[in-house]
Design a protein around this ligand. Structure first.
Ligand SMILES: [Zn+2]
Length: 132
């Protein structure tokens, strides 16, 4: 699959809204930002927990398109856990695993190595970007 065939960031944000509703996390609606990052090499995705931004690796995911939604949910669950517990919860701890199971994914952390608590400046909410 080519990168152009991946779900658009906008489609993934719509999917994310569905996940947030299922997680009863209405406060985060409209505050999530998503973009592709072609500079990522081995990671499928990263979650910037404070700025609530998800970056996914379009080159890697184009080779594993069946993973796109799970990867997005994986990163979004990190943002939800951080919003609820800040540093009191472990990255792939029981709170995160529970969220993943709630939306039908077997919690699986090993493929990702993805969490970043870097404090990046907050951007305007839901700025939409292309993958490239
Ligand atoms: Zn993770």
């Amino acid at each position: 699959m080519s990168e152009e065939d991946l779900p658009s960031p906008e489609e993934l944000l719509t999917y994310g809204e569905d996940l947030l509703l299922r997680w009863q996390e209405h406060d985060l609606l409209d505050s999530i930002e998503m973009r592709g990052n072609r500079r990522m090499r081995t990671r499928a995705g990263v979650a910037y927990l404070v700025s609530r931004r998800i970056e996914l690796n379009p080159r890697l995911l184009a080779q594993n398109p069946e993973m796109v939604h799970e990867c997005f949910a994986h990163e979004l669950a990190h943002i939800v856990v951080y919003a609820r517990h800040e540093k009191k919860a472990r990255a792939h701890g029981k709170e995160w695993r529970s969220l993943m199971r709630q939306v039908g994914f077997e919690p699986e952390a090993v493929h990702y190595m993805d969490v970043s608590a870097f404090r990046t400046r907050r951007r305007s909410p839901r700025r939409r970007r292309l993958w490239a």
